[in-house]
Design a protein around this ligand. Structure first.
Ligand code: S3P
Length: 182
């Protein structure tokens, strides 16, 4: 199986920032599932929600995730917060690589997302919306992740260090570099 690191967790937890840093450190390709949906559809996430509804967005999300884990290269994937809602995505995540849950208290998330611009599920009261979403999703993240990193008190660099440490990926050879003995 190719090397894959999959970061899951709520909106605002830092999956994109940490995912990029992990990919840089490992020399692996980086993919953000939301960014890929935007690239493939030519529309923003709020546009897809507003024009076609959440179900249409979830279908795109599922397609992008399957494509991302289907590629043969080593990759770090930031998995959008709601992808775990589908049982099929959860099963796919579990069999696709090292899955790390970046966990934060909803109050931390509320500070980080601010007014919630660009995040259609957060509405007028992001703090309450995040708390409600977290209640539903916490067991789902727990069910797919092999490791958890609590990010509340950590900088992105510290979170990156911990992700690489808990997965045992620290010191992994960059993708494409010659292996031992070659
Ligand atoms: C969502 C998370 C967002 C984005 C959309 C819905 C969710 O991605 O896919 O706004 O349901 O948690 P991030 O987790 O990357 O912010």
């Amino acid at each position: 199986m190719p090397d894959r690191l999959l970061l899951v967790g709520m909106m605002g937890v830092g999956k994109t920032t940490v995912g990029r840093r992990c990919a840089e450190r490992l020399g692996w390709r980086y993919l953000d599932s939301d960014a890929q949906v935007v690239l493939d559809t030519g529309r923003t996430v709020p546009e897809i929600f507003a024009e076609d509804g959440e179900a249409a967005f979830r279908a795109e999300e599922t397609r992008v995730l399957a494509e991302a884990v289907g590629s043969a290269d080593s990759v770090v994937i930031s998995v959008a917060g709601g992808a775990v809602l589908a049982a099929s995505n959860r099963a796919l995540l579990r069999r696709s690589g090292a899955v790390v849950w970046l966990r934060a208290d909803p109050t931390t998330l509320a500070v980080r997302v601010g007014s919630g611009v660009g995040r259609p599920l957060l509405g007028d009261d992001p703090g309450s919306a995040l708390a409600a979403l977290y209640e539903v999703r916490r067991p789902l993240y727990e069910s797919v992740a092999q490791s958890v990193v609590d990010v509340d008190e950590l900088t992105p660099e510290q979170v990156t260090d911990r992700v690489l440490a808990v997965t045992g990926l620290v010191g992994a050879a960059p993708s494409g570099s010659p292996g031992p003995g070659s």
